[in-house]
Design a protein around this ligand. Structure first.
Ligand SMILES: [Zn+2]
Length: 494
């Protein structure tokens, strides 16, 4: 029997503000900063201190909630979530519980059956915990505590259990990541732990409306781990139920090497945390005016951009999807396009520009391991390279070589082409000359061609290109070769 998977997601995203959620300590990159250099009595929970709400963090949270089309609460309440853990010196985490910042939003995802909306249950603000590093040595084992991260603003986004496969979960997570990056509130760096995704998964017999027992997966630091762990859990739970075994509600971790989930702990009940309103903070009141002005200042979001790229530029959904996944890539495309239109030296279709960026620029970027926002080639310089090809100065193959050199040296395409003498030969007389040499130098092959073996013409084309050291304009070679061969067939009476 095929079971139906029911999956919801909890995402924790650090907000990239300058200072922490309730104090003025700096928010640092905890993967590189020295430990415990951004700590103060407030974020370490010394007695008698008072937290103060970071307005920028609230603004960032509202931007996300608005982009997810949530209803914003005019009054939300911070609460204490009480528990003990060595990375939490206060003994409680300030979070929002009964009265979150926002509810009832949604985010669209692409599924095998088309676009679907995943409902967002709630979006709330809280503070991050510190970080523990566990050291295992031969004689001893110990843990190091770093509180740089304690008190960093954290946004929790919780979906309804609207997803049914590992692919849908991945699609949701990548779309959400893209949204956070568009809003410039989070880098989306899963490896650094600034965005943490926890799916909860249950399965049920097809047609059933009841929810099965949920398993929550923790510590996923890549989309690959997310997708694999969800697929694994669906399979494991289905098989256990088929064997008549009960599913225990628990939290599991993902072991990348074993390719399986491993039990961590059975889930606490909600009331274990003894939530109560944070006595040191007033209710968070948000004026409608502020909400309106933030809504009006939202950037064009990925979904709207996708549709615009398809209608305005006539791009396929696939190409547009790749370009808009990163705001910087979409901007780059538009800047190249605008420059080419303004320079009006040559009409270049948007599809051609998209191909150049997706196929060539992204390729070289990957080769050098540089993200697009750090690429040193300006859109204008890249457009000049495209122009060199469309004007027949160099061919596509040479352009790829030039691009790699632009990347590694920072020089312009024009300089590189001039320096290496890469200029393409479009001179028809010269090309006709080469074709005649190739034809007279290969009489046997030409005879075969004349007897009807058409494939030989490709071979002859290759010979001509080789004779021109790859620098002949291929369109001109093709046209001229075709007409020379046609002439030969005529005289041969074939
Ligand atoms: Zn602090």
């Amino acid at each position: 029997m095929e079971f139906e998977a029911v999956i919801g997601i909890e995402v924790h995203a650090e907000l990239e503000t300058n200072s922490k959620m309730f104090c003025s300590c700096a928010v640092l990159d905890s993967t590189v900063a020295k430990p415990n250099i951004a700590v103060c009595p407030v974020c370490t929970g010394m007695p008698g201190v008072l937290p103060v709400i970071n307005q920028r963090a609230v603004e960032y949270a509202l931007r996300v909630a608005l982009a997810l089309e949530c209803e914003i609460a005019h009054t939300s309440i911070f609460a204490r979530k009480n528990y003990f853990y060595p990375d939490l010196p206060k003994g409680y985490q300030i979070s929002q519980y009964e009265h979150p910042l926002a509810r009832n939003g949604h985010l669209k995802i692409q599924t095998a059956e088309g676009v679907r909306q995943i409902r967002i249950r709630r979006v709330h603000l809280e503070e991050d915990t510190g970080k523990l590093t566990h050291i295992y040595q031969e004689e001893e084992a110990y843990s190091l505590v770093d509180l740089n991260r304690a008190g960093v603003p954290l946004l929790e986004i919780v979906t309804e259990p609207d997803m049914h496969s590992a692919e849908e979960v991945r699609s949701f997570a990548t779309n959400l990541r893209s949204l956070l990056r568009y809003l410039q509130v989070n880098s989306g760096d899963l490896e650094k732990g600034v965005m943490r995704i926890e799916p909860n998964i249950s399965v049920r017999p097809p047609g059933s409306k009841d929810l099965g027992t949920r398993i929550e997966v923790k510590n996923l630091n890549s989309f690959r781990a997310l997708e694999r762990s969800v697929a694994y859990e669906i399979k494991r739970q289905s098989s256990e139920i088929q064997q008549g075994k009960p599913i225990l509600q628990q939290t599991v971790g993902w072991d990348e090497n074993l390719g399986m989930t491993v039990p961590q702990r059975t889930k606490e009940e909600e009331n274990d945390y003894r939530y109560f309103p944070e006595p040191d903070l007033p209710p968070l009141v948000i004026e409608q005016e502020w909400i309106d002005s933030l809504r009006n200042s939202l950037p064009e979001l990925p979904e709207a951009k996708l549709h615009r790229f398809m209608t305005e530029f006539g791009l396929s959904e696939y190409d547009a999807g790749i370009l808009v996944a990163e705001r910087s890539a979409a901007d780059y495309f538009e800047e190249v396009y605008r420059y080419l239109v303004e320079s009006s030296r040559e009409e270049i279709r948007p599809k051609v520009i998209a191909n150049w960026i997706i196929g060539d620029l992204f390729g070289v970027q990957n080769q050098f391991g540089v993200p697009i926002e750090q690429v040193d080639i300006t859109p204008r310089e890249f457009a000049e390279l495209i122009l060199l090809v469309s004007q027949g100065e160099i061919n596509q193959k040479t352009a790829k070589t030039v691009l790699v050199e632009m990347f590694s040296t920072g020089r312009t395409a024009g300089e590189i082409v001039a320096d290496h003498g890469f200029s393409q030969i479009s001179d028809r007389e010269y090309i006709v000359d080469l074709i005649n040499q190739v034809i007279s130098g290969n009489p046997a092959q030409v005879q075969e061609y004349l007897k009807g073996k058409d494939a030989i013409s490709r071979w002859l084309f290759g010979q001509v290109m080789q004779a021109a050291k790859g620098q002949a304009n291929p369109q001109v070679v093709e046209q001229e070769l075709e007409s020379q061969l046609a002439a030969l067939r005529q005289t041969d009476g074939l």
